[in-house]
Ligand binder design. Structure first.
Ligand code: SAM
Length: 224
């Protein structure tokens, strides 16, 4: 199916939308680090949990994690990414391995449709965001929204690429690429920047890790 670009797409949305098929075909660079991320995340999830994922890409992580929880809404603002995620979900359904609580939606965090219904509870038990936070243009607003969407004591589980120590290299390179539509919006965070922002948004950090080394910071934070 052809991807329809709309005028309200930002350059970043267009970048990711266009990149979707290539992204889907790319291999995980560090399988051990990915598995560690899945393992640590699963440890914090329970069978009655309602989970939201932001910036899901083509849904690979959602397809692996959804079986551990009651409902799993996996979202991404790029229609092309969600189109592929739905293709994978359909294939899993055909093979009888799909979890019925899993669904995909083209949406960002501020979309009303990501709100948990009153019947489902007072907010999400967990919100997941892997390789995502450094790509968001309004990180403080995003964290405020994540906090609103979580139930009291709910968890924000994230993994963020932190490029600040190489900003001298990546900064100018990404700026030039952005001029040609070849790079999305990217923030150059340090681990401390990410963790400070999460704390300032009203969370306590209960776990951190670096998978893979040296720049992907895994953080589990509880809404206080
Ligand atoms: C690097 S990919 C990561 C995908 C997946 N989470 C993973 O770990 O492989 C980043 C994804 O975030 C999405 N994205 C970027 N900014 C976004 C935003 N503001 N709201 C929703 N999705 C966004 C992109 O479309 C892309 O699919």
């Amino acid at each position: 199916m052809a991807i329809t670009w709309t005028n309200d797409m930002t350059p970043s949305t267009r970048f990711w939308d266009k990149a979707a098929r290539k992204y889907a075909a790319s291999k995980i660079k560090d399988q051990a680090a990915y598995e560690k991320t899945l393992e640590r995340t699963t440890e914090h999830l329970g069978p009655e949990d309602h989970v939201l994922e932001l910036g899901a890409g083509t849904g690979s992580t959602a397809l692996l994690l959804a079986k551990n929880v009651k409902s799993f809404l996996s979202t991404d603002f790029a229609p092309g990414m969600i189109e592929i995620a739905n293709e994978k979900l359909a294939a899993d359904r055909n093979s009888g391995v799909a979890h019925e609580g899993l669904s995909f939606l083209t949406a960002d965090a501020f979309d009303e449709r990501v709100q948990l219904s009153d019947e489902q509870g007072a907010g999400y038990d967990a919100i997941l965001a892997f390789n995502f936070f450094h790509l968001v243009e309004n990180p403080d607003d995003l964290l405020a929204r994540v906090r609103d969407l979580l139930k009291p004591g709910g968890l924000y589980i994230s993994k963020t690429v932190c490029l600040k120590d190489r900003a001298w290299l990546f900064g100018p390179m990404i700026k030039v690429m952005q001029l040609f539509g070849k790079a999305p919006y990217v923030s150059m965070f340090s681990f401390e920047d990410v963790e400070d922002k999460i704390r300032s948004a009203g969370f306590e950090i209960i776990e951190t890790g670096t998978y893979p080394e040296p720049r992907s910071r895994f953080v589990v934070a509880r809404k206080v």
